[in-house]
Ligand binder design. Structure first.
Ligand SMILES: Nc1ncnc2c1ncn2[C@@H]1O[C@H](COP(=O)(O)O)[C@@H](OP(=O)(O)O)[C@H]1O
Ligand SMILES: [Mg+2]
Length: 361
């Protein structure tokens, strides 16, 4: 006989244990589902978001995209301060990193290097577990610990009410510390931008384009919010086409062949500037265009932020064949670029001539 008359019924113990396990399971699965809800980003690894969540939690933890946006804006502005300071000093220390495939000088200045240092270390210190790809070399012996005060600006909080958590290992950040370096060396300041992009599973999700000489910043998050919008109308029939002024290749021939001789071509520097030309940007130095076309090789840090912003606003940036661009893996893309908003993008793709037949490649 049990002492004090307490007898444990085996059935009671079993029911109690089962109930306990049920409560634990409920708490655990609910917690993870909330933490890693990917708010319609798609592109999760095989097995879906349920597979992504626990695996990622065990590895690099999660990051909040709303916080990443706050730091990305700060990084673009701080990098831009360096870009402006160097330009105003008139001591650019301009040099060539080599040649592009087409034989143009691939330039770099102190503006690129110092902006890169600020932008990279701000993002890396705030988010040590995410992959960051940047245009310029990061000097590990010249580190700068720049702490983020963890404040999310009001305009971001107003647009994006809740945190957006994703697994840290799903994220790739792309930094362009100085877009339009060629034009920067020519003192064509309006074309210059600093850019940050965050891709999740290779899809561009948030983008920041900052103009250091106008102190204007555009940002947007797919399924989140933005501080910039599309214009109310675009000319689809005879569009104004913005193209590269220093890496043009056959772009003018392509544009005229596609849209006819009545089409206006606007040569401009910087991929960031050219994406802003498609949007409603309150900057008197910003030209306006209906379509952005690029035909030569281009790097992902040049285009990711613009791609994310266009996507967030309902526009498109694809290769000239209409293929989506994946922002993981290699640094560059070969298939050219077509960017549009407020028009039928696939119809534009169909109109474009076959570049291979035009002898582009
Ligand atoms: N064929 C090419 N090869 C390498 N980089 C290219 C390129 N065409 C454009 N780019 C880069 O893409 C950005 C926009 O180019 P563009 O002003 O000609 O439209 C510039 O970035 P950076 O200024 O950051 O180097 C430029 O160097
Ligand atoms: Mg650059």
């Amino acid at each position: 006989m049990a002492p004090m008359g307490i007898r444990l019924s085996p059935l009671g113990v079993a029911v109690f244990c089962l109930l306990g396990l049920g409560v634990l399971y409920h708490l655990y699965s609910g917690f993870l589902a909330g933490r890693f809800s990917l708010f319609g980003l798609g592109g999760e690894p095989a097995g879906g978001p349920a597979a992504a969540g626990p695996a990622a939690a065990a590895d690099g933890g999660s990051v909040d995209l709303r916080e990443m946006l706050a730091v990305a804006v700060l990084a673009a502005v701080r990098g831009g301060d360096e870009v402006r300071r160097v330009r105003e000093s008139n001591v650019l220390h301009e040099k060539s990193k080599g040649k592009t495939r087409e034989g143009a000088d691939d330039k770099m200045t102190s503006g690129d290097v110092l902006s890169n240092r600020k932008m990279f270390y701000l993002l890396k210190t705030a988010f040590p577990n995410v992959q960051i790809n940047t245009e310029e070399h990061v000097d590990a012996t010249d580190q700068e610990v720049i702490l983020w005060d963890r404040k999310i600006p009001e305009d971001i909080l107003k647009e994006i009410a809740t945190p957006k958590e994703v697994p840290a290992e799903s994220v790739t950040v792309w930094i362009d510390p100085l877009d339009a370096t060629q034009e920067y060396t020519e003192d064509l300041r309006k074309y210059v931008t600093t850019m940050v992009c965050v891709a999740v599973y290779g899809k561009p999700v948030l983008g920041v384009i900052h103009k250091p000489f106008s102190e204007y910043t555009a940002w947007a998050m797919v399924d989140g919010g933005s501080n910039v919008k599309a214009r109310s109308s675009y000319n689809e029939k005879t569009p104004r086409i913005v193209v590269s002024r220093s890496h043009s290749g056959m772009v003018k021939q392509v544009a005229l062949q596609t849209f006819g001789n009545q089409t206006t071509i606007i040569p401009a520097g910087g991929a960031g500037y050219k994406v802003l030309a498609l949007l409603d940007v309150p900057d008197k130095n910003q030209e306006k265009a209906d379509v952005y076309i690029h035909v030569t090789y281009i790097k992902k840090w040049d285009i990711c932020a613009g791609n994310a912003i266009l996507k967030a606003l309902g526009g498109h940036m694809t290769t000239l064949n209409g293929e989506e661009i994946s922002y993981t893996g290699s640094d560059g893309i070969d298939g050219g670029l077509l960017a549009s908003i407020g028009m039928n993008h696939q119809a534009l793709v169909k109109k474009l001539p076959d570049l291979e037949k035009m002898g582009h490649k």
